[in-house]
Design a protein around this ligand. Structure first.
Ligand SMILES: [Fe+2]
Length: 280
């Protein structure tokens, strides 16, 4: 039986990618943020997962004219794409088609209407956290679970929480000894459009991370509007974190937590170890 080793919540802001590609990791304005990933690297080295189930949102790269609420790719590989500022020099992301098909079949059988696709374009929603957490060649297979966070109507936080719960049951029913980490990306607070441009709310971001760790299901009771008022329009991406947390048990141990809001986005990183599945 496959088992979940733990979960990670991480921002996927393109600014991280720009800084990384420009080699700014040790410059004063970035060093604290890049150093904050070191404990996550150590935890991943220790756990050595086989597969990452990556809960993210596409930014109208794979899905534009047609936007599914929830989509999973079952192809062999998901390609890194050029989002308009040049294709980043990273290899395409290897999928885990067998497990991905198992997830799709299980989730559809349990009333989640998944859009099954053969390929998802790897935009910054997937690639930023992957490049912050791993080095190529990618040591894990990556199953992208895309949740619509850009085109209304959006799936509710409760829907995303329940999806996470069912993803857990799917993984635990997978007849394979794969070790899995669930990664939720997006946010935290930010708004890059309209009259609320530049809205960042560190108090809410910190509260969100605390609730996600200690009282996660309370977050499922928020509406998308409440989240957007608190954290800005695009912060509704935190449903990906809520889904990730839904895939974990009540018995998690915090390995690492980091937060900073130096510019237009609240950067968050949270690593939770799954105590239920610790090896004896
Ligand atoms: Fe995003």
């Amino acid at each position: 039986m496959a088992r979940i080793l733990g979960g990670i919540g991480a921002s996927h802001a393109p600014s991280l990618a720009f800084a990384q590609d420009a080699g700014k990791q040790n410059e004063p304005e970035w060093k604290e943020i890049f150093d904050a990933y070191h404990p996550a690297h150590a935890w991943l080295r220790e756990k050595a997962p086989d597969t990452v189930v990556l809960i993210y949102n596409d930014h109208m790269n794979t899905f534009c004219d047609i936007v599914p609420s929830i989509a999973i790719s079952v192809g062999e590989t998901n390609p890194v794409i050029d989002e308009g500022w040049g294709k980043r020099p990273f290899p395409d992301c290897p999928n885990d088609p067998e497990m991905a098909w198992h997830l799709v079949n299980h989730l559809v059988a349990h009333d989640f209407d998944i859009t099954t696709c053969m390929s998802q374009q790897v935009d910054h929603g997937m690639l930023t956290p992957i490049t912050m957490l791993f080095e190529p060649p990618w040591p894990v297979r990556i199953i992208g679970v895309s949740i619509n966070a850009v085109q209304h109507p959006l799936p509710s936080p409760r829907r995303c929480w329940n999806l996470g719960r069912e993803i857990r049951r799917a993984i635990e029913s997978y007849d394979n000894d794969a070790k899995v980490v669930v990664l939720g990306t997006g946010g935290l607070s930010h708004q890059t459009t309209g009259s609320g441009f530049g809205h960042v709310n560190p108090d809410w971001d910190q509260n969100f991370m605390t609730l996600l760790e200690t009282e996660p299901e309370t977050l499922a009771d928020y509406t998308q509007d409440e989240i957007m008022i608190l954290g800005g329009a695009e912060s509704v991406e935190v449903v990906n974190w809520i889904c990730m947390r839904g895939a974990l048990s009540d018995q998690v141990r915090r390995v690492h937590r980091f937060y900073a809001a130096p510019m237009l986005t609240g950067y968050g990183l949270l690593v939770l170890d799954e105590k239920l599945n610790e090896e004896s």
